[in-house]
Design a protein around this ligand. Structure first.
Ligand SMILES: [Ca+2]
Ligand SMILES: [Ca+2]
Length: 491
């Protein structure tokens, strides 16, 4: 855990704590000491004097802070300005190279406000305009550093200071979330709003480029509601307005991320976070199936697919990022289903309804009408599905619960017609022969999409009340009494 700048006191601040000894250079004392020349008896008359001079420091009242950039990163998201909060590393030396302090021994960066009186004046100036990742050499004359008093035992009076600085991070307490669109797919019509549920990938890095987390490393999207407080405030804001497929960079100041304390061992205190986000999909829990007609058959159709109909259709199913999941074209025949019978996912069933044979549609199906939060084989949890469907054929369905219907009025003497050999009872063979004859003569029809033998068998079972393998006139009548209308329509 890192301390805040106000608690930390480095030698470039006003109350350094690192006290370090420094070698003396006795030879230099003679240079400044006029007294040594005058010392009686030490220097004979007409002596030639030799001085061995080591220049330790030189400055001029007219000097300013000298800044030279040693390394500048190609991308500069922002430059240091007055009142910004910065995090940086430094090595501090005197002009002769004597080291007096470093941030690298502390385990963390040096963190402070710029231009607010926390730093020596020369440092306040020298940091201005720096980019994160930039390395600078900053030479500060003593009157913009510790002046005639110096500092403790480590910085002599009138010393110029040299700092090698690496800027790690910069933000301003007034900063808001910064958005940068890196890639915007064409044709985006819908943008995420608060309350939407989003699946996205991200790389999270610090301002100096250090990666601290990535959804790609887990091979799984991050899934969350947006704008509901489930994620850090900066991300909650930064994801809003994004399109499906968009890549955006979201730069979040610490007060909208993990604050002065940071979190875990990867995010230091007061760190700006940079998220490169790729939105895979999003939906709202209230979304219906989104239907777009891609093409219609040339002839307008009078009848469209409805619940109960037996349909054949082709489809391609993919995720919104283009990942192909399933296709009926992988099989020799189209997919078959009875609509409204809970045989296919709800959204697809709904999207097929109202189609003409030959029509092609695109369906966007939200997860609550598809495979839900847990997903299915090959389908990630909470995934929005994209279908392209083509209705190949449609057979009129029967009303719910019916196995067979007459197209017109049923025969007046139904039992006599059923009892083909007139022995007073109808076994399965007679029943089956009769029903098939009605179908082939166009007088009635069976429920589509099922094995006719099985349906006729079920019908027989329904009429054979005592389950003795034959239907009598009495059974047909009894059944009729019990469910007059139903039997009238069905048999
Ligand atoms: Ca018979
Ligand atoms: Ca019977």
């Amino acid at each position: 855990m890192q301390e805040t700048s106000r608690q930390k006191q480095g030698p470039q601040g006003q109350k350094p704590d690192a006290q370090r000894g420094r070698g003396t250079h006795p030879r230099s004392h003679c240079i400044c000491s006029a007294g040594c020349i005058a010392a009686a008896g030490l220097i004979p008359p007409d002596a030639t004097l030799y001085f061995d001079v080591v220049l330790l420091d030189v400055w001029n009242k007219a000097d300013t802070v000298q800044v030279s950039t040693l390394l500048r990163p190609p991308h500069c998201p922002r430059m240091v300005q007055d009142s910004d909060f910065v995090r940086y590393h430094y090595n501090g030396t005197l002009l002769d190279g004597t080291a007096f302090d470093t941030s690298y021994s502390s385990g963390g960066t040096y963190d402070t406000y710029v231009g607010s009186g926390w730093l020596i004046k020369g440092m306040d100036q020298g940091l201005l305009g720096m980019c994160p990742g930039e390395r600078r050499k900053i030479i500060i004359p003593p009157f913009l550093a510790y002046g005639e008093k110096g500092y403790g035992t480590v910085i002599p009076a009138h010393a110029s200071l040299v700092f090698h600085v690496l800027l790690i991070d910069v933000h301003n307490p007034k900063d808001t979330v910064q958005l940068e669109t890196l890639e915007l797919p064409p044709g985006c019509v819908r943008r995420a709003v608060a309350g939407d549920f989003m699946r996205y990938h991200y790389n999270g890095s610090l301002m100096d480029g250090t990666l601290f987390d990535s959804s790609y490393s887990r091979n799984h999207t991050y899934n969350t509601y947006v704008g509901q407080g489930y994620i850090i405030p900066g991300m909650d804001q930064g994801l809003q307005g994004a399109c499906v497929g968009e890549r955006r960079r979201i730069t979040i100041p610490p007060h909208l991320a993990y604050g002065e304390n940071g979190t875990g061992d990867k995010i230091p205190g007061s760190a700006v976070l940079v998220f490169d986000v790729h939105v895979i999909d999003f939906h709202n829990p209230a979304d219906p199936v989104e239907v777009t007609t891609l093409s219609r058959p040339p002839e307008p159709c009078n009848e469209t697919a409805k619940p109960g109909d037996f349909v054949r259709y082709h489809y391609n199913c993919s995720l919104l990022d283009g990942t192909r999941l399933f296709s009926s074209h992988d099989y020799e025949v189209p997919q078959e289903a009875t609509l409204g019978a809970n045989k296919v996912i709800e959204g697809l069933d709904e999207g097929l309804q109202g189609m003409c044979v030959g029509e092609r549609r695109q369906l966007v199906v939200p997860p609550h009408l598809a495979h839900g939060e847990s997903g299915a084989r090959g389908v990630p949890g909470s995934a929005v599905l994209l279908f392209e469907v083509e209705l190949v054929s449609r057979e009129e369905g029967l009303p719910a619960g019916y196995l067979f219907v007459w197209h017109e009025d049923p025969p007046a003497n139904l039992f006599e017609d059923l009892d083909l050999n007139k022995d007073g009872e109808v076994p399965p063979e007679e029943f089956s022969t009769f029903i098939k004859a009605q179908v082939s003569e166009g007088k009635g029809r069976l429920m589509p999409g099922q094995d006719p033998e099985k349906i006729i068998g079920d019908m027989f079972q329904n009429q054979d009340r005592n389950q003795d393998g034959k239907i009598t006139a009495e059974e047909l009548k009894l059944k009729s009494d019990e469910d007059q209308e139903r039997v009238h329509e069905e048999l």
